[in-house]
Design a binder for this molecule. Structure first.
Ligand SMILES: [Zn+2]
Length: 101
């Protein structure tokens, strides 16, 4: 899918050295991991705005328990960039979610 920066009027590109990002979809109250997806980190070459896009056709973890296990593995390996996807806009940086392990 083509993604265009409206401000710079140019197409976003896969970020330098991009090996993809893990997108952790958050649900529940308080928020907890619900699904995990792989996606590309796209970046505007003009203003540097970054978005997660080009999602895989399905999540790599599709329910809460699997998502928590997957997130724990990703954090333990420590190489992937993690993007959290909350149900509502986050106006300030969120602490790492509390995990039951
Ligand atoms: Zn831009």
């Amino acid at each position: 899918m083509k993604v265009i920066c409206v401000k710079c009027q140019t197409e976003l590109r896969i970020a330098e050295g991009g090996i993809g990002v893990a997108v952790v979809e958050m649900a529940f109250d308080p928020p907890a991991p619900y699904k995990v997806w792989m996606a590309d980190l796209l970046e505007c070459p003009g203003c540097g705005m970054q978005v997660a896009g080009n999602f895989g056709s399905g999540p790599i973890a599709a329910h809460a328990e699997a998502a928590q296990t997957m997130l724990a593995d990703i954090l333990r390996i420590g190489k992937a960039t993690i993007v959290y996807d909350y149900e509502r806009p986050q106006t300030q940086a969120q602490p790492e979610p509390e995990l039951p392990f």
